[in-house]
Design a protein around this ligand. Structure first.
Ligand code: ADP
Length: 408
């Protein structure tokens, strides 16, 4: 079965066509700067195999452009649209309504739209992507996979904020989390890798990239996560500040005479590794400068590792222990140096990194010593595959239901 996975951002549309049975990626690409005069379309399994400038005024056109390259010309991956059996859409915000992936119908679209207040750019874009697919493939079943659904298992003591209760209720203020599809994928994959049942494990999953988040997964259920109402909360990131003393927000706004939008921009786009180092949001560039003796770059590097270390400690306390710590994302998968800093000094907690294993490439593997009480593993994440799998499972159920109905 072929599933087209669509990840629509405010001005972009990423896609992958996946054969779910073989897990083969048949095609992938990205429509970027949708809605501007400079829209581009990159397509191909190798990066930049094809990159063209083409007008893509909106997400409906983006879907048309994608379906065209999939079915015609030198980029053809399938003979016709009939070979797309289902579409899986990544949705950023599922609020309290969706604790799992669902088949898309008008009611689901209405809910996604209602939740746009919590993720204005993303949820509106997702709806445009869904409508585009409905337009060109009206009979193909579609599934919504939410970044937040994995966190609907959090208890109120974990998801509530200590603000006036009525205010939280009035504005639906609570922890929703983010990166849920990635955390769910690496948690399940780690259990397979360890040959254990996920319901027998206490896991801490760390997604460390430009965006960073950590989740405590207790016997298969997320019990806490570092991102909050929005993906600004928690760890220090590439350009996001993560958790800071909330009093800093009003203090800086008053001193610098900033509007809420300007302050939001400062915390989301000018902080984190970039803000501290003054060099880059990219860890490799920060590291290169730190190696040359740049003190602010070194500080940024150390703050990033410290932020991860503290969160791991919190979640060990929350779960009363941990069996396995899982790392993923550009930094988690690739930076041996960052991993060394994160786990330095954790021996007394039974967490011992194996230096040689840590230095090996970025493939899936154990990087703790055989004697370490807690396992540390690297698992490359694959959100698209997770979306394709959810889609496959739900659509299969749907087809089974139809078959059952017909028999009767
Ligand atoms: P995003 O959150 O945007 O998906 P990624 O998961 O791709 O980001 O992670 C990007 C980060 O990973 C960047 O900070 C980059 O420097 C870092 N990174 C990628 N490869 C390496 C590497 N080999 N060594 C150190 N850092 C790396």
């Amino acid at each position: 079965m072929n599933v087209l996975v669509i990840n629509a951002g405010s001005s972009s549309l990423k896609y992958q066509l996946i054969n779910v049975e073989t897990q083969e990626i048949l095609a992938k690409g990205l429509c970027d700067r949708v809605g501007s005069d400079e829209s581009t379309h990159k397509h191909g399994l190798d990066e930049n195999e094809m990159c063209i400038h083409t007008p893509i005024p909106d997400h409906d056109h983006a879907v048309a452009v994608v379906l065209e390259v999939l079915t015609s010309g030198p980029t053809k991956a399938i003979e016709s649209l009939d070979e797309i059996d289902a579409v899986g859409h990544r949705i950023v915000q599922g609020g309290k309504y969706f604790d799992r992936s669902v088949v898309i119908d008008e009611e689901v679209i209405r809910r996604i739209d209602e939740l746009a207040e919590l993720a204005p750019l993303h949820n509106k874009a997702a709806i445009m992507g869904i409508r585009g697919c409905q337009h060109y493939m009206p009979d193909v079943p579609m599934v919504a996979v939410f970044d937040t659904s994995f966190y609907q298992s959090l208890l109120p003591k974990a998801y509530m904020y200590p603000l006036p209760y009525e205010l939280c209720e009035k504005y639906a203020i609570r922890k929703y989390g983010a990166h849920g599809t990635s955390h769910r994928f690496i948690a399940e994959r780690a259990a397979d890798f360890l040959d254990e049942d996920i319901t027998d494990l206490k896991l801490i999953t760390c997604h460390l990239g430009n965006g960073c988040s950590i989740t405590a997964v207790d016997h298969g259920m997320a019990v806490d996560t570092s991102m909050g109402l929005t993906p600004l909360d928690g760890l220090m990131m590439g350009t996001r500040c993560g958790s800071i003393d909330p009093a800093i927000v009003t203090y800086v706004m008053e001193k610098e005479n900033l509007t809420p939008a300007e302050m939001n921009d400062l915390m989301n786009k000018q902080s984190g590794l970039l803000g501290v180092s003054g060099i880059s949001n990219d860890l490799r560039s920060v590291d290169a400068e730190a190696e040359k003796g740049n003190e602010r770059a070194l500080l940024a590097y150390e703050m990033y590792s410290n932020s991860v270390k503290k969160c791991i400690g919190q979640y060990i306390a929350v779960m009363g222990g941990v069996d396995c710590i899982v790392l993923t994302g550009g930094v988690g998968e690739n930076s041996a140096k960052m991993r060394r800093l994160i786990f330095a000094g954790m021996q007394t907690m039974g967490i011992v990194l194996d230096e040689a294993r840590n230095r090996e490439g970025s493939r899936e593997r154990q990087i703790s010593t055989d004697e370490s009480e807690v396992l540390i593993v690297v698992i490359p994440t694959d959100e698209e595959l997770m979306i394709a799998r959810d889609t496959y499972e739900l659509v299969h159920d749907l087809i089974d239901d139809y078959a059952f109905a017909e028999v009767w």
